[in-house]
Design a protein around this ligand. Structure first.
Ligand code: 3HC
Length: 317
């Protein structure tokens, strides 16, 4: 290898050591800072998939806007779905600071190259599902995103601060909806329990595979992108959600759930990782329908983008 080649490797190694020292000191990495290519790639992967999750997440809830049981509930659901779209745009913009083009991220979603959260591949079969999504899905997202609000990449952590505030409204309105149903008729109580039964385990899968099966966690934790492991965040979500379920009379669909007085945590049954793998690999109940809807929405909205670009070219130069 030439002397120049050796010097370049030494410089890169030196920079990587300095980068890790910055991370270890708790310093925030900004877009203009030097960063290892792998750090940039990992963040693009995670942030773009997060943004995809927000946008695809609008579909299961949007399905019930026209069927909300009251004008008030329709307005709340409209606001929530609009918020999710905004979260997606926010995180796409944060991802673009890493040098990836928005169109490229959208293509990765539409061609199946990029993932989005498995939870959104389950159908919303009744109105209680809208409550379960707010309470469980946004509740899980809050646990995950509160940690991300302290992550090492500046634009991502700052995006999370605003998003978490809105997630808290999403979480509360969903829980209030189920609490209301659990004080209602027998049919309403059964509907709420049915929704709990269908969404509990997929909500636990939102935190990713177990730590032993998580190929990205070690690196992401070394770089303080992830501050806690998948299992730690999952446990935190379980510990805070079980008392909420009990408070309104919902039964957690896990016969092995038991509070351990010594560890002060809930022990739980085994997650069906085969189901997780099936849904993540595209064979969930709604994967095809969700992607079809996103591709159609993108095509239907092309004229708006073209018009905006034509206007910008004419008036903004
Ligand atoms: N759904 C789909 N894919 C998943 C997944 C899930 N629930 N959990 C893990 N995966 C994928 C990962 O993307 C990774 O695949 P890849 O390397 O091809 O991208 C693989 O499974 C292995 O998982 P890892 O644990 O190694 O991956 P990560 O370290 O990236 O951890 C994660 C996964 C916990 C989802 C992490 O990426 C993360 O925290 N992402 C940011 C938050 C996010 O995306 N949340 C999704 C929900 S957003 C939401 O709910 C919005 C709310 O407003 C409703």
């Amino acid at each position: 290898m030439s002397l120049n080649g050796l010097i370049m490797i030494a410089t890169d190694t030196e920079r990587e050591l300095e980068f890790q020292a910055k991370i270890d000191r708790g310093e925030v990495i900004e877009p203009k800072d030097w960063m290892p290519e792998r750090y940039r790639k990992q963040l693009i992967r995670m942030m773009s998939q997060h943004a995809h999750s927000e946008v695809v997440g609008m579909l299961p809830e949007g399905n019930w806007i026209t069927r909300a049981p009251s004008l008030a509930r329709k307005a709340i659901l409209l606001a929530k779905v609009q918020d999710e779209g905004g979260h997606g745009l926010y995180i796409y913009s944060a991802a673009e600071t890493l040098g990836i083009d928005r169109g490229e991220m959208i293509d990765q979603l539409h061609t199946g190259k990029a993932k989005y959260s498995s939870i959104f591949n389950y159908p919303t079969l009744n109105w209680a599902d809208i409550g379960a999504i707010g309470w469980l899905v946004d509740g899980a997202a809050i646990v995950n995103q509160t940690a991300l609000a302290k992550c090492s990449y500046g634009p991502y952590s700052r995006a999370m601060i605003r998003i978490c505030k809105e997630e808290n409204f999403h979480h509360k309105q969903g829980y209030q909806m189920l609490a209301y149903m659990m004080r209602g008729t027998k049919e309403q109580q059964e509907m709420a329990q049915d929704s709990m039964n269908r969404f509990w385990w997929p909500a636990l899968m939102m935190f990713g595979p177990s730590d032993t099966d998580s190929p990205n966690s070690a690196e992401l934790m070394r770089w303080k992108v992830k501050l806690y492991s998948n299992d730690d965040l999952r446990q935190r979500f379980i510990d805070r959600t079980v008392p909420q379920a009990e408070a309104i009379g919902l039964v957690i669909p896990d016969p092995k759930l038991k509070f351990n007085e010594t560890t002060r945590h809930y022990e739980h049954g085994e997650i069906d990782w085969q189901e997780f793998k099936n849904v993540v690999s595209g064979n969930g109940p709604c994967n095809r329908e969700r992607l079809r809807a996103r591709v159609k929405a993108d095509a239907d909205g092309k004229w708006v983008r073209d018009a905006a670009e034509a206007y910008a070219k004419k008036h903004m130069n």
